[in-house]
Design a binder for this molecule. Structure first.
Ligand code: UDP
Length: 194
């Protein structure tokens, strides 16, 4: 797929609508995708840490942050618009509503995630929110959480535990999660719940 290279990180050059269509098609054909919305901080982190770099290399990276759009412009590469986490969550939830996908929400505080689940299920009633839980758990709870998510077979798994931890977590467990599209969403649930 078409990419632009920003300091060693391969970003998709697809615009917002094209990205949503591409990701939807991957879900429909049963492919697994780890989506990362990457800003300049993520690019710099990947430059400095080889373990994180290999996580980024295996993800589908979309340009979050206007800094990425400018970096592409200065290097004459075709990234024309930002693709933000909040907007992607909304667009993918609209697809979930159309196709009755299973959706699992992980992260944020108990109150925020409860409200976010409630608002999303009101706005996208045909999407099946098959589970949610907060992002403040102990390491010895992780195995149980992964099993719980896997048992729900979500088409969409959104994880908000701060960057880069959310993406490290997804990379560690992606093979066990039984999820089609997995995405770290940062502060998105705080935005949606508010
Ligand atoms: N968060 C979480 N567990 C943690 C740390 C953060 O669930 O151990 C949640 C936090 O409540 C918020 C989201 O992750 O909903 C994003 O956190 P933050 O704004 O700190 O991350 P950033 O936006 O800087 O990536």
């Amino acid at each position: 797929s078409p990419v632009a290279n920003i300091l060693g990180v391969s970003f998709t050059t697809r615009g917002f609508d094209e990205t949503v269509a591409h990701l939807t098609q991957r879900i429909d054909s049963g492919e697994q995708t780890h989506v990362m919305t990457a800003n300049p901080e993520i690019v710099m982190l990947a430059k400095g840490h080889s373990a994180f770099r290999s996580i980024v290399d295996q993800a589908y990276v979309v340009p979050d942050g206007i800094g990425i759009v400018y970096a592409a412009k200065w290097t004459n590469q075709p990234i024309y618009e930002r693709v933000t986490g909040v907007e992607l969550v909304e667009a993918l939830m609209a697809e979930a509503h159309k196709k009755q996908w299973n959706v699992y929400l992980l992260g944020a505080t108990p109150e925020v995630i409860r409200l976010a689940a409630e608002k999303l299920s009101n706005r996208y009633p045909q999407a099946r929110i098959v589970g949610y839980r907060d992002g403040y758990f102990r390491q010895d709870e992780e195995e149980q959480i992964v099993r719980e998510i896997a048992s729900k077979k979500p088409e969409l798994l959104f994880v908000a535990m701060g960057s880069p931890r959310q993406d490290e977590w997804l990379a560690r467990y992606r093979d066990q999660l039984n999820a089609s599209l997995m995405m770290g969403v940062g502060g998105t649930f705080d935005v949606i719940s508010g």
